[in-house]
Write a protein of this length. Structure first.
Length: 738
C-alpha cells in the first residue's frame, strides 16, 4: 500500500511539473485560453475542471497535444478552437464519447476522466478548414438565437474548423450603404427579402420575397451577428464575410445618371438584383461605403466571399476579367492582403476571374470535389489554391448519406499529388446539422490519416457515437458504411430524397426537381441496420446520439420502401384493379402515419422546432405570421407560383418533419389517391389539382405545432421494422427489450 501511495505521489508531482511547464510555455504562445475554457463550461460543466488547456506556439501550423493522468487531463493547442478540437479527440479516443451534430454521448463520461495510455498529438494537414454553405442560414434556420448559434460555433470548433461563412447582418450593411446613394429606409427594406430567403439575395439571385423586414428584425440580426463574429475571434477562427461585387437595388441607374448598370434578368422566376459595372467609377465609391459600414458594425476580417455572375448572371458588355480586377482592388483597398473566397460550382469561377487577379489572394471552396470523375482542379483552376469540398445534401434534406468513400480515397490523392494546390477542406451541406456521421468524417479528413474504405472508420465511430463498444452498433454502422456512405461519384453527391415528400404522381421519382431519381445504394442492406440498432445494449440507448440515429435510420428505411410500393400502386391503377388499388393506397397512407409518429419522438424532427425560433423572434402577431410564412414556404412552395412551378423550386428543401408529413405531405397524397379512385369509378381522367394553392394555404396557416417529442422511439422503430419485415424472423428478442 505504501508503495502504491508513493507511486501515485510521484505521478502527481510529475503531472504538476508537466502542467507548470506547459503553462509557462502557454504564457509565451500569445493567446488567451479562457474562451476555450468557457466553451468547456458550456459543454462539459461536470468535468471541465479536470481539463487543463495550454496555449502552444502556432508556428508550423495548427496542432494539439493530449496528455495527463486520471482526473488531470492536459490539452495543448495553437488556438482556442484547436484546443477544443483536441478535447473532442480526447473524448473520442480515450473516453469513447463524442459531441455530434446533432446528438452526443457525453452523459456516459465517468466521474473521473481517464488518462490516455500515451500522449496523442495531431497536426492539421491543411491550413484552411472552411464550413457552411452560402445558403446554410436559410436551410439550417435563419431564426436561430444566440444560444443555438453559440452551440453551433462550439461544434464547429470541436471538429477542427477554423473558417466560418457568416452572412448574418449583411442586410444592415446594405441598408446603411444605399442610404448614402439615394434610397430611403423603406425602399431598401422592401428590396431585401425576409431572413430565410436572404442567402439568394446575397448571391444576386432574387430580391424582395417575404419582406420587408421590420427595423426590429434588422437590429436583432445585427446584434446576433456581432456576437457571432466576436465569438469567432475569441476562438481564433475567421469570420468569412460577404464582400461587395456590385449588387445594387432597382432604380440605381435612374438615381445616378450615366452610371453603367447591367440588368440580371430573372432566376427561376424571381427578379434578380442589378449589377453595377465594377469598371464604373461609381463602383469604387459604393464598395468603399460598403466595407466602411461593415467594418463599423463587425470589424475587419481576412476573408471575404463573392461570386460574380452566379448561376446564370449576365455580364452584358462588361469584361469579366477587368470586373474581377476592380472587385479585388476594392477589397484590397479596404482590407489589404485579404483573401477573396469563391465557390467552385457549375461554371464558377469563370476562368477570366481567376486569371485576372493575384492567385495568392484567392481561395476556391469546391462544392463538387466528390461529385464527378476525372476532375483535375490544378488544371481547371490554373493552380489557384482551393479547398476540397462537398455538398452532401441540398435544401437541408433529411435524407442521410454521402459519397464518403470518395472523400477517403480522393482527398489524400489530391492532397499528396505533385504540384497540388489543395490547401483546405470545405464542409458545405446546404443545410447543416442533419447528418452527424458525414460531419464527423469529413472534418476528420483535415486532421488524421483515415482508412481507404468507409467501414473501419464507421465501426470506430459507432463506439464513441454511443458512448462505448457494442457489437450491434458496430454491425449497424458497417451496413450504413457500405450503403448510404459508399455512394459513387456518378454525377450526384447526395442520396435520393423521399417520395413521401413529393408532389403526388404515380410516375414521380423525386421530390425535389434536382435530386437523384433512383436509389443510390442497396435499400435492403440499409434496412438491416435498423435491426442492429434496435439490438444495441440498453445501457447505450439513453444517449441523445443513439436516439437521433435510431429515428433517422428507421425514417430512412421507411422512406426507401415507398420506392417499392408506389410502382405497385401504379400497376393497380393502370389495370383498374380497384380493391388492390385501395389496399395499396391505404398501406401508403398508413406508412405515412407511422412515419409521422416516429418523427414525433425526436425533437430534431419536429416541425414545431423549425417554426418556434421564427415565432420567438417576432415582435407582434403580424410579424410572427410573416416570419413563420418565411419558414414554412422555404421548405414547401419555396417562393411564389412562378418559382415553385415554372422554376421547379417546390419541395426543393423537402424534409421529413412531424407536422409537415401529417399536415401537408399526407393530405396531398390522400387528395391524389381520392382523385384516382374517383377517376376509376367514373371512367374519366383524374381532375387536375392545383398543388401550389394547397401548399401556399399550408404555408400561410398558423396551426400550433408541438415542440416537445412524444412517444417511445425504440418501440416506434421496432414497429416499423416489424411492419416492413426488415429483420429476420420476429426482430429483436425479448431479451433485447429495454
Amino acid at each position: 500500500m505504501n508503495s502504491n501511495f508513493a507511486h501515485r505521489h510521484r505521478v502527481g508531482r510529475l503531472t504538476l511539473f508537466m502542467i507548470l511547464c506547459l503553462v509557462a510555455c502557454s504564457a509565451l504562445a500569445g493567446f488567451d485560453t479562457a474562451p476555450a475554457q468557457a466553451a468547456l463550461q458550456r459543454l462539459l460543466p461536470r468535468h471541465q475542471a479536470q481539463l487543463t488547456l495550454v496555449a502552444l506556439d502556432g508556428q508550423g501550423g495548427d496542432r494539439y497535444e493530449i496528455s495527463g493522468t486520471a482526473g488531470h487531463i492536459v490539452v495543448a493547442g495553437t488556438s482556442p478552437a484547436t484546443l477544443l478540437a483536441g478535447v473532442e479527440t480526447y473524448l473520442e479516443q480515450v473516453t469513447h464519447t463524442s459531441f455530434g451534430w446533432p446528438g452526443d454521448s457525453v452523459d456516459r463520461l465517468p466521474a473521473t476522466l481517464p488518462a490516455p495510455t500515451s500522449s496523442i498529438s495531431r497536426t492539421a494537414k491543411v491550413p484552411d478548414r472552411f464550413a457552411l454553405n452560402d445558403v446554410d442560414d436559410g436551410y439550417a434556420d435563419a431564426y436561430l438565437d444566440w444560444h443555438r448559434w453559440e452551440h453551433k460555433l462550439d461544434l464547429l470548433a470541436l471538429h477542427g474548423i477554423n473558417e466560418v461563412f457568416m452572412p448574418i447582418g449583411t442586410e444592415e450593411v446594405y441598408r446603411r450603404t444605399f442610404r448614402e446613394f439615394g434610397y430611403d429606409d423603406a425602399q431598401i427594406r422592401a428590396w431585401i427579402p425576409a431572413a430565410g430567403h436572404q442567402p439568394w439575395w446575397l448571391l444576386q439571385n432574387m430580391s424582395a420575397f417575404g419582406g420587408p423586414m421590420s427595423p426590429a428584425q434588422f437590429e436583432r440580426r445585427t446584434e446576433l451577428a456581432k456576437k457571432i463574429v466576436a465569438r469567432l475571434r475569441e476562438l481564433g477562427m475567421t469570420a468569412v464575410m460577404p464582400g461587395y461585387y456590385g449588387t445594387v437595388p432597382s432604380g440605381f441607374k435612374e438615381r445616378h445618371a450615366g452610371v453603367s448598370v447591367v440588368s440580371q434578368g430573372e432566376w427561376v422566376g424571381f427578379k434578380r438584383p442589378d449589377w453595377l459595372d465594377p469598371r464604373d467609377p461609381m463602383y469604387g465609391r459604393v464598395a468603399a461605403a460598403f466595407y466602411r459600414h461593415q467594418r463599423e458594425l463587425f470589424g475587419d476580417s481576412t476573408m471575404y466571399k463573392m461570386d460574380l455572375l452566379h448561376e446564370g448572371g449576365r455580364a452584358g458588355d462588361v469584361s469579366v476579367g477587368e470586373a474581377a480586377r476592380q472587385v479585388m482592388q476594392a477589397l484590397q483597398a479596404a482590407h489589404p492582403d485579404a483573401r477573396w473566397v469563391i465557390l467552385g460550382w457549375q461554371h464558377n469561377p469563370p476562368t477570366a476571374v481567376i486569371d485576372a487577379v493575384d492567385a495568392r489572394r484567392l481561395l476556391i471552396v469546391d462544392g463538387l470535389s466528390d461529385r464527378y470523375d476525372g476532375l483535375d482542379r490544378e488544371r481547371d483552376w490554373h493552380g489557384v489554391p482551393y479547398a476540397f469540398g462537398a455538398i452532401s445534401n441540398f435544401g437541408g434534406h433529411t435524407t442521410l448519406g454521402a459519397n464518403a468513400g470518395i472523400w477517403l480515397s480522393r482527398f489524400p490523392e489530391w492532397h499528396d499529388k505533385q504540384g497540388s494546390a489543395l490547401r483546405g477542406i470545405a464542409y458545405m451541406p446546404e443545410g447543416s446539422g442533419t447528418d452527424p456521421a458525414a460531419f464527423a468524417l469529413f472534418t476528420a479528413l483535415a486532421w488524421q490519416a483515415l482508412p481507404a474504405e468507409p467501414a473501419p472508420w464507421f465501426v470506430d465511430y459507432a463506439t464513441y457515437r454511443y458512448g462505448g463498444p457494442d457489437a450491434h452498433a458496430s454491425a449497424a454502422w458497417r451496413m450504413l458504411a457500405t450503403t448510404a456512405y459508399a455512394m459513387p461519384s456518378n454525377d450526384w453527391s447526395e442520396p435520393q430524397d423521399s417520395l413521401f415528400n413529393a408532389r403526388p404522381d404515380l410516375a414521380v421519382r423525386t421530390a425535389a426537381s434536382w435530386s437523384p431519381e433512383s436509389m443510390r445504394y442497396d435499400a435492403g442492406r440499409f434496412g438491416h441496420a435498423v435491426c442492429e440498432l434496435l439490438k444495441v445494449t440498453p445501457a447505450l440507448r439513453h444517449t441523445s446520439a443513439y436516439h437521433y440515429d435510431l429515428v433517422d435510420v428507421t425514417r430512412q428505411a421507411l422512406a426507401n420502401q415507398a420506392r417499392l410500393l408506389l410502382p405497385r400502386i401504379g400497376e393497380a391503377y393502370a389495370s383498374k384493379d380497384v380493391p388492390r388499388f385501395h389496399a395499396l393506397a391505404t398501406q401508403w397512407m398508413d406508412d405515412m402515419g407511422m412515419l409521422d409518429r416516429l418523427l414525433a419522438s425526436e425533437p430534431h424532427f419536429l416541425l414545431g422546432n423549425w417554426l418556434s425560433n421564427a415565432r420567438r423572434a417576432a415582435r407582434s402577431d403580424a410579424e410572427a405570421a410573416q416570419l413563420e410564412y418565411d419558414q414554412r414556404s422555404i421548405i414547401t412552395s419555396w417562393g411564389d407560383r412562378s418559382g415553385a412551378d415554372r422554376g421547379g423550386l417546390h419541395d426543393y428543401a423537402n424534409r421529413e418533419l412531424s407536422g409537415l408529413v401529417s399536415g401537408l405531405y399526407a393530405p396531398r397524397w390522400q387528395r391524389y389517391f381520392d382523385s384516382l379512385a374517383q377517376a376509376m369509378a367514373s371512367g374519366s381522367p383524374p381532375a387536375p389539382i392545383d398543388w401550389f394553392a394547397m401548399e401556399q394555404a399550408w404555408a400561410h396557416s398558423r396551426d400550433v405545432q408541438r415542440t416537445t417529442p412524444q412517444g417511445d422511439a425504440w418501440q416506434l422503430a421496432n414497429d416499423v421494422a416489424a411492419k416492413l419485415e426488415l429483420c429476420p424472423r420476429s426482430g429483436p428478442s425479448a431479451a433485447d427489450l429495454p
